[in-house]
Design a protein around this ligand. Structure first.
Ligand code: MSP
Length: 513
């Protein structure tokens, strides 16, 4: 069985500092990367910045700095954010790097060789904010300003010589590919959108620009720069050393397992990217997942709308793990979701402090007092103990298959229910009344500790730092976290030490600021 897993985030425009929407894509990708690693996969997790194009050129001009210098600065804030978010990315690619430039130009030459590119003239609408071309029927006019209906971004008329990619030729092969690979575009609702877009007919795509210079030059034609989306999408293979398709990285990790993206950029990933790859005779990624948006009120959070929530500010105030937990749990994956300080505080208090934190603290303090600070030795599981433990072993395969469908909602529900069930089990079993029945007392403590251990393993991809803190109870370190061991009901070694730990989550008091 292939145990390699390659996951990517979109590469972010360094036109302004990162916001919560960017943090969301990255945290979700990190969740999958960590999950797969703890399930024994060899994982490659890529993120980075998308630095060319008119949008960036204009942003740099506005600040009166050289475009590369502008990108160096903001790209660094995205790199720093990766650390702050505790991402386990294996690479961070910048499209201004030479490795990427070579790769893009090679891909261009391949397409050219295969007669997929021709020179003509583009006349039509272009949104610099989206770096996208729009047809007449995709434009509306509001107060004399023309905008793209889908993104509400202003568009401008473009009239210039341009190289074109024969996208129209790939209409039927794409539709066939979607049909033969029903999981390629997820979630399902997005798949239908893409199919109907392609069924409406594809026009050849303008893939070079002549009227500005901030980009990768078209090989043998210095007057044109390559369209920023053709440039950007190639990052997924340039980071694997394409065109060296015999490189270890490329052989191991291409095709990608999942391109995780926001729903706003589905067309680029599910139509243009597979068409470029088919045309260049390169395998297609297994899946493109378009997640929902983080909203501010009813609107997408974005720089141009000025409704941004700064992830750094939230992390400084509440800590990283509460934010990670909130985004994974409270934004139902695949749909749009909201974040507010109030909801975050509720989530910290109810789920993290009262449910998980409380389970850990009350169990350890009981065990420290009554079990000689050791994992109990003499135990005998009864039907009730087995039932709560077997819930994990019986569902291990289901957990794996739901995660392969990116069903994060199933995963988090399983954990939350598990935490409730464990707290209830401890209450109902009343170990404090079993002082004259040491085997029963020991078994209840052992069972609850085993459940804490299993749930902490499962929580590791979501709240890694807190899960590791909890696992200090047993002296378990990161390299020992293996998903398969949630099926083992005797993982904790009898007579080994139980350590006390600091409070995992502090309850927050409601504040107005
Ligand atoms: N540079 C392109 C992507 C190229 S990928 C080959 C781009 N960059 S972006 O910075 O504008 O946005 C990148 C991604 O950030 C979005 O697709 C989405 O994944 C995430 N988000 C940006 N705003 C968002 C929200 N408000 N909510 C959730 N995610 C959003 O597009």
């Amino acid at each position: 069985m292939n145990k390699n897993f390659y996951i990517t985030t979109p590469i972010y425009y360094p036109s302004a500092k990162p916001h919560m929407g960017h943090a969301y894509s990255s945290i979700i990708a990190d969740f999958f990367a960590r999950f797969k690693r703890m399930d024994g996969y060899d994982v490659h997790f890529l993120t980075g910045t998308d630095e060319h194009g008119l949008k960036i050129q204009r942003a740099a001009e506005k600040d009166n700095v050289d475009a590369l210098e502008f990108c160096n600065n903001i790209s660094q804030t995205f790199k720093d954010l990766s650390k702050t978010l505790n991402l386990t990315n294996d690479d961070f690619i910048r499209t201004t790097e030479i490795r990427h430039k070579n790769s893009v130009q090679h891909l261009w030459n391949e397409l050219k060789k295969k007669d997929e590119i021709y020179l003509s003239k583009y006349s039509g609408w272009y949104s610099v904010s989206d770096e996208a071309f729009y047809n007449d029927d995709e434009i509306e006019e509001d107060n004399g300003i023309k905008t793209a209906i889908s993104s509400k971004s202003p568009v401008e008329w473009m009239d210039e010589e341009s190289f074109f990619f024969r996208l129209s030729k790939w209409e039927k092969p794409l539709l066939k590919y979607y049909k033969d690979n029903p999981d390629f575009i997820q979630p399902k609702s997005r798949r239908n959108e893409v199919i109907s877009f392609v069924e409406n007919g594809l026009k050849d795509l303008s893939i070079s620009r002549k009227s500005f210079s901030w980009g990768i030059k078209v090989p043998d034609n210095d007057n044109h720069v390559i369209y920023v989306w053709l440039d950007a999408l190639t990052n997924y293979i340039s980071a694997l050393e394409y065109p060296n398709t015999k490189s270890k990285l490329f052989e191991k990790f291409w095709p990608a397992s999942v391109h995780l993206i926001g729903k706003d950029i589905l067309r680029f990933h599910a139509v243009y990217w597979p068409a470029f790859l088919m045309a260049a005779n390169i395998k297609l990624p297994s899946k493109v997942y378009g997640h929902g948006w983080i909203l501010s009120g009813d609107e997408k959070m974005s720089k141009s709308k000025g409704n941004i929530l700064d992830p750094i500010e939230i992390i400084e105030k509440y800590g990283l793990d509460p934010l990670r937990y909130y985004l994974v749990k409270e934004v139902s994956f695949g749909n749009d979701g909201n974040i507010s300080k109030e909801k975050l505080e509720d989530c910290i208090n109810s789920d993290l402090a009262n449910n998980y934190g409380n389970l850990c603290q009350r169990t350890i303090s009981f065990a420290l007092k009554n079990c000689n600070k050791k994992i109990p030795e003499e135990i005998f599981f009864n039907k009730e103990d087995r039932k709560i433990l077997d819930n994990f072993s019986n569902n291990l395969e289901k957990i794996r298959s739901e995660i392969d469908k990116q069903n994060i909602n199933y995963y988090i529900d399983f954990i939350v229910n598990g935490l409730f069930a464990a707290n209830k089990y401890f209450n109902d079993q009343e170990p404090w009344k079993k002082k004259d029945d040491p085997i029963r007392l020991n078994t209840i403590v052992y069972t609850t500790l085993e459940i804490i251990r299993k749930l902490s393993f499962m929580l590791y991809p979501i709240i890694p730092e807190s899960s590791l803190k909890a696992l200090k109870i047993f002296g378990i370190n990161e390299s020992e976290i293996k998903l398969s061991s949630i099926s083992d009901h005797n993982f904790l070694k009898p007579a080994s030490n139980i350590n006390s730990i600091d409070i995992l989550f502090k309850k927050t008091e409601k504040k107005d600021d």
